[in-house]
Design a protein around this ligand. Structure first.
Ligand SMILES: *Cc1c(COP(=O)(O)O)cnc(C)c1O
Length: 455
């Protein structure tokens, strides 16, 4: 399989090259040159374990890595999951909840980042290269990225977070990792300051090149690919129904875009219910065809507090008939005017039902799921569940993706259900452990010097 950019400036990349490039060098996103139809192979995949299925679903997109090597790499990626099914499906009042939070950091990002860590490691060893990952996080991504590459030879990871503004649990998940290749940087500033630092340092191209800087953000194709798998897995767990719907708590559009790819590959998925919090740019888009930026609002589902969804451009590319010129024009219009509109939103547009959920509804949803079904949901999952119930068709199975363990967001769960017991042993185990972080000024030169001294 070869890869090309949604803006037309890059083509003919191998899978490994696409993984190492991350964001396309023309500013677009990398997509495969075709999407294989696997519907004729589904019968053969029945009864496979999660890692075996993952290897089958992803293989057609790879090509330049030996099949046996790739399979082993995938099997290793899911060894650190605490549930034997990796992603178990649980019936909660007739909605099927797919628990994606049994990885090392208890958020669904582990599904992709454990795989990406193995993949980076393999590619770097093959090419005898090193990689220095620089990232900024407001919460879940940092810890999942660190867990994906800790202790891996040839890789260093530098994660910046705004000092005192991530939750104490999230900070501990990062700073208790003491491997030599992990550097936690608490920045004297906001999350936006961290992102600006990141951009400034990445824009220094000679520095980026000299120090082999790379990113792990959600635009990496390998992350999307790893997430396609669990849509197939769900269908097998449901005993292969004629069709099914999936509600997806959505921020950067990576998770739900993976569902779109699964459907394009021939999986009999009917509707994707796109669930946002009050940051509803995507909900508005799928209701009207108008993509218009708003102000970021801080909500009780913080991993979805996003206005500009980084994976949206991939969807747009397919919606525009894979026309890179139109895609680039739409994105440029959006960039300059903060608003762009689809002329005739037909075709893939109606694969989605999109809706937004308020903070108050999220709290009520957490309460309701607990009172009626005795199930503890984290706020992101509760956003999805609220819309899963609202948009459910009694004749079609409805699945809701659970994106984090409730103990990661104990404050909000406590507000919704005062006094409820909400723990996870691996989070409790972090209390009292030794931590390591370095406080750094909000200054790109200081950050560069820190990186220089360690590479
Ligand atoms: C990252 C994240 C999301 C949003 O996923 P996207 O792929 O960005 O749409 C939802 N819930 C949790 C808990 C997350 O960490």
């Amino acid at each position: 399989m070869k890869y090309r950019s949604t803006r037309g400036g890059v083509s003919g990349l191998t899978f490994s090259q696409a993984v190492m490039m991350g964001l396309a060098s023309d500013g677009g996103l990398l997509v495969p040159e075709s999407i294989p139809d696997v519907s004729a192979r589904l019968a053969d995949w029945q009864g496979l374990s999660y890692p075996e299925l993952a290897s089958q679903v992803m293989s057609p997109f790879v090509g330049d890595i030996d099949q046996t090597v790739f399979k082993n790499l995938v099997l290793t990626s899911y060894k650190n999951f605490q549930h034997p099914d990796v992603a178990p499906l649980v019936n909660v009042g007739g909605v099927q909840i797919l628990e994606l939070f049994h990885g090392p950091t208890l958020a669904f990002k582990d599904i992709a980042l454990q795989f990406l860590g193995e993949l980076f490691s393999h590619i770097l060893t093959e090419q005898d290269k090193v990689l220095n990952i620089l990232g900024a996080t407001s919460g879940d991504t940092g810890s999942a990225a660190i867990a994906g590459v800790r202790g891996k030879p040839g890789i260093r990871i530098f994660i910046m977070f705004p000092d005192g503004r991530t939750s104490p649990i999230q900070e501990r998940q990062m700073t208790t990792v003491l491997d030599d290749n992990v550097f936690n940087l608490s920045i004297d500033g906001s999350f936006d300051d961290c992102q600006n630092l990141l951009k400034t340092v990445f824009n220094d191209l000679s520095f980026k090149e000299t120090y082999a800087l790379g990113a792990v953000n959600s635009v990496n194709w390998a992350r999307v690919l790893a997430q396609v798998v669990y849509y197939f897995w769900t269908w097998f767990q449901l005993k292969q129904p004629a069709e099914f719907d999936v509600a997806v708590p959505t921020g950067n559009f990576g998770n739900i875009f993976a569902g779109f790819i699964a459907k394009r590959m021939g999986l009999p998925l009917r509707k994707l219910v796109l669930a946002t919090n009050e940051n509803d740019i995507l909900a508005r888009f799928f209701q009207s065809g108008v993509y218009e930026r708003g102000e970021v609002r801080f909500s009780n589902s913080p991993a979805m507090d996003i206005q500009v969804a980084s994976n949206f451009e991939r969807y747009l590319f397919y919606q525009l008939g894979e026309n890179a010129i139109d895609c680039a024009a739409f994105m440029n219009r959006f960039q300059t005017e903060q608003c762009a509109e689809l002329a005739q939103p037909e075709g893939f547009f109606d694969w989605f039902t999109a809706d937004a959920v308020t903070d108050a509804e999220t709290l009520k949803s957490i309460q309701g799921i607990w009172r009626e079904f005795n199930y503890l949901a984290d706020p992101h999952t509760a956003v999805g569940f609220h819309l899963a119930q609202k948009h459910r068709d009694p004749n079609v199975p409805m699945v809701c993706l659970a994106t984090a363990h409730p103990a990661k967001f104990d404050d909000t769960v406590e507000t919704a259900i005062p006094g409820v017991t909400n723990h996870h042993p691996s989070l409790d185990a972090l209390l009292g452990l030794q931590t390591r972080k370095t406080a750094i000024k909000d200054d790109p030169e200081v950050l560069k010097e820190f990186i220089r001294a360690r590479c």
